[in-house]
Design a binder for this molecule. Structure first.
Ligand code: CDP
Ligand code: CDP
Length: 229
């Protein structure tokens, strides 16, 4: 029976998914990108013209089929009602609307339940905003990752540049700041550091350095855990 969940929460573009993926590979856990799931629901609402100024009907939200698939060493997949939409989740339209969609309680209820299912069937590293506070409050290790704004803007710019997309530094900065504000101030499951999380500012850390640090913390916590497989 799998029993270990590791949560990595934090601000936009600080390196959560990079760290989560690398840690999952080291530990032989699965990796789940919860943000991709919120992006998938946003894409669905935009495509179908569903208004998200207020909560859409529960039946509609419950009917959306979202599945994240992780294959170590390969690109992650996000299936929306059976369609692979993995390459359609990072457009400016999705970036600009995802935090509004993620503030809707019935959308959160639906996705949190799906995210918890992954944790019941696998040892998992999951990144997002409320993973340590709401999705897996009993996680064996909770990381709260942060980096200064200009570092995060530069990292997101480099990622966009390497995918040959349109690039505007002011738009990126505004989007990160706007999402961080909405995510931290919403009523339902706001982004916040839980008291039992380990805060890591990776502004001056390399990927390798942050991985070494978190991997040894994880090994220690798993060893101390009462849950043995
Ligand atoms: O990768 P990036 O930091 O840009 O964002 P993401 O992890 O893909 O998440 C996109 C958005 O989904 C966030 O800005 C939040 O509004 C929302 N989200 C959330 O509310 N709760 C989560 N557990 C994960 C993401
Ligand atoms: O998931 P999140 O939006 O927090 O960030 P990400 O998608 O992992 O993107 C962060 C980018 O910063 C990636 O290109 C990482 O390689 C890079 N990074 C870095 O340069 N140094 C670190 N210590 C962590 C991440």
């Amino acid at each position: 029976m799998p029993c270990h969940q590791i949560s990595i929460d934090g601000y936009a573009a600080c390196g959560k998914s990079t760290l989560a993926r690398e840690l999952a590979d080291e530990l032989n856990f699965i990796y789940i990108d919860s943000g991709a799931m919120y992006r998938g629901v946003t894409l669905y609402f935009l495509r179908e013209g569903v208004s998200f100024d207020t909560e859409p009907p529960d039946a509609l939200v419950q009917s959306i089929d979202i599945r994240f698939e992780y294959v170590p060493g390969a690109a992650d997949k996000l299936y929306l009602n059976g369609e692979d939409v993995s390459t359609k989740l990072r457009t400016s339209q999705v970036n600009e609307n995802v935090s509004k969609v993620a503030a809707l309680p019935n959308v959160r209820r639906r996705l949190v339940a799906l995210q918890q299912d992954y944790g019941h069937t696998h040892n998992v590293v999951m990144d997002g905003r409320d993973i340590g506070t709401v999705v897996f409050p009993g996680a064996v290790l909770k990381i709260f990752l942060t980096a200064n704004l200009e570092t995060r803007v530069r990292r997101r710019m480099n990622d966009i540049k390497s995918s040959n997309q349109y690039l505007n530094v002011d738009e990126i900065r505004t989007n990160l700041l706007t999402r961080d504000h909405i995510d931290s101030t919403r009523a339902d499951s706001p982004l916040k550091q839980s008291e039992d999380s380990v805060v890591i500012d990776n502004t001056n850390l390399t990927r390798k350095e942050q991985l070494v640090m978190v991997r040894s913390l994880a090994a220690l916590r798993i060893q101390e855990s009462s849950c043995k497989e």
